[in-house]
Design a protein around this ligand. Structure first.
Ligand code: PEP
Length: 692
């Protein structure tokens, strides 16, 4: 349904666009013709005498420009809302005017398409009703009109269209209309244009007779004409059928000297004839009279008839003679006919055997220096019109081609932008998934009390931490890992939903004669949930090897403990850039043998040995780099998803002051805290870093 609606809206938009472009263009190439039409309308409203010519001419150009621009804006879907509203408003006005001309018939042709397409008033009304309906459709759904050009490049189309149409109007005013749709175009034979073909429809007339008898007056037609007792008073004849009207029906020339009709003489002349056409010599441009006189001299030399054809009075003809020294003969013709023949005052016509072979505006008269031979030997004597095809090619090259290139370039650019956006959205989505995953994996702050605090102090600290965090819920999981002797007592004072409990170690044996050792089972029985394994201090001072740690890991997991597994390199190893290698070996040696299910109970703590308890902290970038590396090797082993779900902590001189910076890194999921976990305030300060 919505596809159908979009199709309908765009069809309406296309109809409007093409109609407006065509009507604007044909008006623009013939500004004088459009002006004459506006004057016809003004005359029908009895306003002609109040409106000066410059207003009607400016109005003609403005009208052409408005229609052409609206058409272009519609076509390219520029300012869709505004343009569709404006078009509808314009169509309302146009339709009302055509209702008026349909009813009152003040003008024969609406002039919508200049001389290019002539419509009857009925056809114009129908056309405008269709266009009004189309405009309303576009106004109701302006955003359904798909853009042909991106918003950022619309100004190019807008300015280019406006400049093009104004330049076209001005050029055609200076020269002549580029396309001549009138019956007097180059190549037209005037004599042929006046012929009425055999069998053509004849006009029909009806005469009404007004007769009188015994003081009574009545009207009769030929069909019911009464007897001779009725006395004739008057008769009226009206035309009831138009009949065939030849394209040229008003070409008649009268010699001003003799008063003779010289139409036949001119049209029957074999060879060339110059006609200088001036609808009004009073308003004719006299700036080129020198050239005109030279052309007359040339015509005289080669015995070519030359007439000035005008609709002017004798007074104006004499004034022109005085002004320009014109010696050529003058003849008169109908003013409208002269306006139709050439849109220039004066303008020059060259006929050959009654065919128009050349037409020049007074601004572009033939170059007199080239008039050195009879016309048949010169370009002037050949038909000078370029032909419609070559004119269309010129329009194509000057207007359509640049616009088409622009549109294609714009569409390619818009398409590549769309692809880039799509790719960005895709990567944003992946990043979002990654971020969500990060949100999904546990953020942890774990304390490692090491061998500090007696039982009472330990319990007191545990209580304090518990109270503080119960009162102000942390944004992460909190674990405190205590010496064995604290575990059972601390378990009593902790709310393990808020603060979980862990041991710092467990034995690598299940049970038995291992004096001084504490098994994983024992740890679990205290209520602890976690155990730290692989801490560097245990590796260093108690020589816990990868194999021993592997045993401990297995036993801890077997007893339901979760493991904070530590790894990290010495300063020498880092200096030798062996940190990745060392960490990988530690993980491979003790935890990478686990299956995926068991892996879910592993939290990794990266603790560079050189940073533990030394006050030297790895920079957040160093830590991030290593944690990203650990995640990548976890991904290699357990897959991307498992890696994204594994919490990896940083440990080594982490404090409340550097925790926010460290925790802001995407791969750092929290910290394993030694020294700073021995005071509630310090520890809480680190926990609160997750709130920042
Ligand atoms: C630790 O021993 O796990 C540790 C990180 O210690 P500290 O925070 O004191 O460097």
């Amino acid at each position: 349904m919505s596809k159908l609606r979009i199709l309908a809206v765009n069809l309406c938009r296309l109809i409007l666009a093409l109609t407006f472009i065509l009507s604007g263009y044909v008006k623009a190439i013939d500004p004088l013709g459009t002006q004459y039409k506006l004057k016809d309308y003004a005359a029908a409203l009895h306003l002609a005498e109040y409106i000066p010519d410059w207003i009607t001419l400016t109005g003609a150009i403005a009208l052409a420009m408005t229609e052409f621009a609206l058409g272009m804006f519609m076509l390219f879907a520029i300012q869709r809302r505004l343009v569709s509203k404006f078009t509808t408003a314009m169509m309302v006005v146009m339709t009302l005017i055509t209702v008026w001309i349909f009813i009152a018939n003040p003008v024969k042709d609406c002039g919508c398409f200049g001389d290019a397409i002539k419509l009857t008033n009925g056809e114009t009304l129908l056309k405008n009703i269709v266009l009004l309906a189309a405009a309303i459709v576009t106004m109701l759904r302006p955003m359904d009109m798909g853009r042909l050009i991106s918003k950022s490049n619309q100004w190019i189309v807008t300015n280019y269209s406006l400049i093009y149409i104004v330049c076209t109007s001005v050029y055609c005013l200076y020269a002549l209309p580029t396309f001549d749709f009138r019956p007097y175009h180059i190549g037209a034979n005037i004599k042929k244009g006046m012929e009425i073909p055999e069998g053509a429809e004849q006009p029909e007339f009806e005469t009404t007779f007004i007769l009188k008898k015994n003081g009574q007056t009545r009207e009769f037609t030929l069909d019911n004409y009464p007897d001779s007792t009725w006395e004739f008073v008057d008769s009226k004849t009206i035309q009831t059928r138009q009949g065939y009207e030849p394209p040229i029906h008003d070409f008649s020339l009268t010699d001003t000297e003799t008063g003779e009709d010289i139409t036949e003489n001119v049209l029957n002349h074999k060879g060339y004839t110059f006609l200088l056409i001036s609808r009004s010599l009073a308003y004719a441009d006299d700036s080129n009279f020198g050239d005109i006189d030279q052309i007359y001299e040339y015509a005289t030399e080669y015995k070519i008839p030359f007439y000035c054809v005008t609709a002017s009075t004798d007074k104006d003809i004499n004034r022109w003679r005085d002004l320009t020294g014109a010696e050529y003969p003058f003849c008169t013709a109908d003013e409208t006919t002269l306006k139709t023949i050439i849109r220039s005052n004066p303008g020059l016509l060259l006929l050959k055997d009654a065919t128009i072979i050349g037409k020049w505006s007074h601004n572009q008269l033939p170059d007199t220096e080239e008039l050195t031979a009879s016309p048949d030997k010169l370009p002037i004597g050949q038909q000078t019109d370029d032909g419609v095809t070559s004119k269309l090619i010129k329009v194509l090259l000057t207007f359509l081609l640049p616009l088409t290139v622009l549109t294609i370039a714009d569409r390619i650019w818009a398409w590549s932008k769309w692809v880039r956006n799509k790719e960005k959205k895709e990567s944003d989505k992946i990043f979002q998934i990654f971020k969500n995953k990060r949100k999904m994996r546990k953020k942890i702050v774990a304390g490692n009390w090491k061998m500090n605090l007696n039982l009472q102090d330990g319990v007191a600290l545990a209580k304090e931490i518990n109270e503080a965090l119960v009162a102000e819920k942390p944004n992460c999981e909190v674990i405190i890992c205590t010496p064995f002797i604290h575990l059972a007592s601390v378990a009593q004072v902790l709310d393990q939903n808020v603060v979980a409990l862990g041991a710092e170690n467990c034995a690598d044996k299940v049970k038995g004669a291992y004096t001084g050792e504490v098994s994983a089972e024992m740890v679990k029985s205290t209520g602890a949930q976690y155990v730290i394994l692989g801490h560097s201090e245990r590796r260093q001072y108690y020589h816990e090897t990868a194999e021993i740690l592997k045993e401990k890991v297995d036993l801890a997991l077997a007893n339901g403990l979760k493991i904070l597994f530590c790894c990290g390199e010495t300063l020498e190893e880092r200096k030798a850039e062996k940190q990745n290698e060392v960490v990988k070996a530690e993980l491979e040696g003790s935890v990478f043998h686990l299956d995926a299910e068991a892996w879910k109970n592993i939290v990794i703590a990266y603790e560079p040995i050189w940073a533990i308890g030394t006050g030297m902290t790895a920079t957040s970038d160093q830590a991030e780099e290593m944690l990203a590396y650990i995640r990548s090797i976890v991904a290699e082993k357990y897959g991307q998803e498992a890696a994204e779900e594994t919490s990896i902590l940083y440990g080594g001189s982490c404090k409340a002051s550097n925790a926010p910076e460290l925790f802001s890194k995407p791969n750092i999921d929290g910290g394993l805290i030694g020294g700073a976990s021995l005071k509630c305030a310090d520890f809480k300060g680190i926990i609160d870093a997750w709130k920042k």
